[in-house]
Design a protein around this ligand. Structure first.
Ligand code: AMP
Ligand code: MG
Length: 410
C-alpha cells in the first residue's frame, strides 16, 4: 500500500506525464471593475513592465532635496528655492547652496542627490537649517531601480493574489490571460443518499460530500460540475460516470470499500480504466482510488465525509492545480506545538481533526475528539488536520507536529 506522500507523488507524476506538455487552455479576463474575477487564477502569460519603476527618481520622505556636499556637516543653512510635490515637480535645478522642499512620492529635482527629512530640518525664513549631515542617495529611489521597462513583473504560472493584481494595475493591465479552470465532475454514489434539500427517511443520509467537494474544488481553482447522486447499481453508475467523463477531472465519492455494494472500481474497470492506486496508508481515507479513464483522471474517494475531505485535499487538489497550469509542489504543512501527548496506532498515517491557535504568539495544535470519519462536526470544531506520520506515532506534549491547514481558513 502506498504512503500518502507516494500516492500524491503518483498523481502528480501521472498527470504531468499525460497533461502538462501542452499548456492548459486559456482565456482573457477583463477585471478592472471587479478584480475578484481573476483572484486566485493562474496567469498564463508573462506580464511585463510598460515603463521603468519608479518612472522618475522618487522621494520616499517629506523633507528637503539638496546637494549632499552642501550639508556635509550638521548645521548647514541652505536657501529654499521652491517645492516638489507628488504630481507637480519642481522644474528648476538645485544649485549649490540651495534646497527644495519635497514631499513623499514627488520627483527629485535636477541637481539634488540627497533628501534630509523634515524631522532633521528647521525652516528659518527663506532658509532651511539642516540639523544633521546629508547623505548622498538618501531617501529616494532611482528611476528603474524597482523594475526596468520590459522586465517580467508576474511570471507565467503564478496564482493571482492582491499584490499581483496591484502590479498588473501598476503596469496598466486591466485584462490578463489566465488558465481556464479545469472542470471537476462531482458525483456521489450510494443508495442511502438524498439531496441536501430533501427530508431523509431515518436510514437515509443527506449528500453532504458533493457540497464539501464542490467547495474544495472552487477553493483550489477548479470549476465544480455537480452531477448529484448515483445509486449502487452497475448500469446506472456507469451511465452517470460516462456523463462525468465530459469534465476534465472526475471525483466520485463512496462505493470504493470492499462491501458488496461498493461498485465504483468494478464499473471503472469495465470502462477500461487504468488504476495507479486503490488504497493509501492513511486514516481517514484508506480506500482512495486514482486512475485514468481514457484521458481523464478519475478519483474514487471514500464516502465517509471526513475521508472525502482529506483525500480530496491530498489527491484531487494537486490534479486541479496541475490542470490549471500550476507547478507541482509538496503538500504545504505547517509546524505547531502539540498541546497534549499523542499515541496513534501504526502503520497508517493519521489526519486528525484539530485546531491551531496562537495563545502566546506561537502556534499550538490540539486534536479534537471525534467519532471517526463520519463525524463532520469534529472538523467544524477545528481549523486543520493534525498529521501523524506513519514513521512516528507517539509524541509528548510540547513536541512539534505537522498540521495541514483547512483550505481557505489560513
Ligand atoms: P461508502 O464509502 O460508500 O462505504 O460510505 C461510507 C459512509 O459514508 C457511509 O456511512 C455513507 O452513508 C457515508 N456517505 C457516503 N457518501 C456520502 C455522501 N455523499 N454524503 C454524506 N455521507 C456519505
Ligand atoms: Mg456506499
Amino acid at each position: 500500500m502506498l504512503s500518502y506522500q507516494a500516492a500524491r507523488a503518483k498523481v502528480i507524476e501521472v498527470i504531468c506525464a499525460r497533461h502538462c506538455a501542452p499548456p492548459p487552455p486559456t482565456e482573457t479576463i477583463e477585471f478592472a471593475d471587479e478584480p475578484a474575477r481573476v483572484l486566485g487564477r493562474i496567469v498564463a502569460e508573462e506580464v511585463r513592465a510598460d515603463r521603468n519603476y519608479p518612472p522618475f527618481n522618487r522621494s520616499t520622505r517629506d523633507g528637503f532635496a539638496l546637494r549632499a556636499a552642501d550639508a556635509a556637516q550638521a548645521g548647514a543653512k541652505l536657501r529654499l528655492i521652491g517645492e516638489s510635490r507628488a504630481g507637480v515637480p519642481f522644474e528648476g535645478v538645485v544649485e549649490p547652496g540651495t534646497c527644495v522642499q519635497i514631499m513623499t512620492g514627488a520627483p527629485l529635482p535636477r541637481g539634488a542627490n540627497s533628501i534630509v527629512m523634515n524631522e532633521y530640518a528647521r525652516i528659518e525664513g527663506e532658509y532651511v537649517v539642516m540639523l544633521e549631515a546629508a547623505r548622498e542617495g538618501a531617501h529616494f529611489v532611482l528611476e528603474g531601480q524597482e523594475t526596468r521597462i520590459g522586465e517580467s513583473v508576474i511570471a507565467r504560472g503564478t496564482r493571482l493574489s492582491y499584490a499581483e493584481l496591484a502590479i498588473a494595475g501598476q503596469v496598466g493591465r486591466s485584462q490578463l490571460v489566465v488558465a481556464k479552470k479545469p472542470r471537476v465532475a462531482i458525483l456521489s454514489t450510494g443508495d442511502e443518499l438524498v439531496d441536501v434539500d430533501q427530508s431523509p427517511k431515518r436510514y437515509q443520509i443527506r449528500n453532504s460530500n458533493n457540497v464539501s467537494l464542490a467547495a474544495q474544488v472552487s477553493l483550489s481553482g477548479g470549476e465544480p460540475m455537480m452531477l448529484g447522486i448515483a445509486p449502487d447499481n452497475l448500469a446506472e453508475l456507469r451511465a452517470q460516470i460516462e456523463l462525468a467523463l465530459d469534465a476534465d477531472i472526475v471525483a466520485l465519492t463512496g462505493g470504493v470499500s470492499v462491501g458488496k455494494y461498493d461498485l465504483v472500481e468494478q464499473v471503472l474497470r469495465e470502462m477500461g480504466a487504468e488504476f495507479f492506486f486503490d488504497s493509501v496508508a492513511i486514516r481517514p481515507g484508506k480506500p482512495a482510488v486514482f486512475g485514468f479513464c481514457g484521458d481523464k483522471p478519475v478519483f474514487g474517494l471514500p464516502g465517509n465525509p471526513v475521508s472525502t475531505m482529506v483525500t480530496c485535499e491530498l489527491f484531487v487538489v494537486p490534479a486541479i492545480e496541475l490542470l490549471s497550469g500550476h507547478k507541482p509542489h509538496p503538500l504545504k504543512l505547517l509546524k505547531a506545538k502539540l498541546a497534549h501527548p499523542l499515541n496513534e496506532k501504526p502503520p497508517l498515517a493519521h489526519f486528525l481533526p484539530a485546531r491551531v491557535s496562537w495563545p502566546e504568539g506561537e502556534p499550538v495544535v490540539e486534536a479534537i475528539h471525534w467519532e471517526g470519519s463520519g463525524d463532520i462536526g469534529s472538523v467544524v470544531k477545528g481549523n486543520c488536520f493534525l498529521v501523524v506520520h506513519a514513521e512516528k506515532q507517539v509524541y509528548s506534549a510540547g513536541e512539534m507536529a505537522d498540521v495541514l491547514p483547512r483550505r481557505g481558513l489560513f
